[in-house]
Design a binder for this molecule. Structure first.
Ligand SMILES: C[S@@+](CC[C@H](N)C(=O)[O-])C[C@H]1O[C@@H](n2cnc3c(N)ncnc32)[C@H](O)[C@@H]1O
Length: 195
């Protein structure tokens, strides 16, 4: 059964606009933490030239992603794979890796793992897209994000809004650098990194 998320309505179009600017038309994309698969399906409809590999750690979400992939309008949404951002991935090289709302609800090892694997499997000039809230050195953190951060940490002390500086410093260890930052609604951003 295709599951739907409330956040999809507000963030799917702004994220698509960034992908349309940044992704080459025939890009091979790996999505980490695809959730229900709703974003993957929408992006595959809107970006018919891309080939999209969804993935999830939570196997209970796989049937929903499978349902979207089976009905994929342009047949460019692949069947999901099980993938833990923290682990070592057995995945073919890709042009881009995207994660939407993952980093603040996972331990730091998830971000580290994603960057480490990206260093190995991203094609030259490949891109990483992180969508979600970030704490940035040059930007005042919105009060709503400070409260959200406290709530996240009370739910799980290993969770929390990531600090962009830590992410970019670690990315540099794998030959990956900050390319651009897009301001999106509700104090979220897309951070684009480039190998
Ligand atoms: C807030 S949801 C976002 C889902 C989807 N990207 C969206 O925006 O609707 C966070 C997702 O991260 C996944 N997740 C958590 N830890 C993970 C990990 N270590 N590796 C891969 N996925 C993980 C969860 O299973 C969940 O689907």
């Amino acid at each position: 059964m295709k599951l739907t998320s409330g956040h999809f309505e507000s963030n799917s179009q702004p994220i698509l606009s960034v992908l349309q600017q940044e992704l080459k038309q025939s890009a091979d994309v790996l999505e980490v933490a695809s959730g229900y698969g709703q974003h993957a399906d929408f992006f595959c409809q809107q970006l018919p030239g891309v080939s999209w590999q969804p993935s999830e750690l939570n196997v209970e979400l796989l049937p929903s992603i499978v349902a979207y992939a089976q009905d994929s309008l342009n047949q460019n949404l692949k069947m999901p794979i099980i993938l833990d951002a923290c682990g070592d991935w057995e995945v073919d090289p890709v042009d881009a890796i995207i994660s939407i709302n993952l980093l603040h609800v996972s331990p730091k090892q998830a971000c580290s793992g994603l960057l480490r694997n990206a260093g190995k499997l991203l094609n030259p000039e490949g891109l990483i897209f992180f969508y979600g809230p970030f704490i940035r050195p040059d930007v005042e953190t919105a009060a709503s994000n400070l409260m959200f951060n406290q709530r996240l940490k009370s739910m799980n002390p290993d969770w929390g809004i990531p600090e962009l500086t830590q992410v970019t410093e670690e990315a540099a260890d794998y030959g990956i650098e900050l390319k651009s930052i897009y301001e999106l609604p509700a104090n979220n951003v897309i951070v684009v990194l480039k190998k």
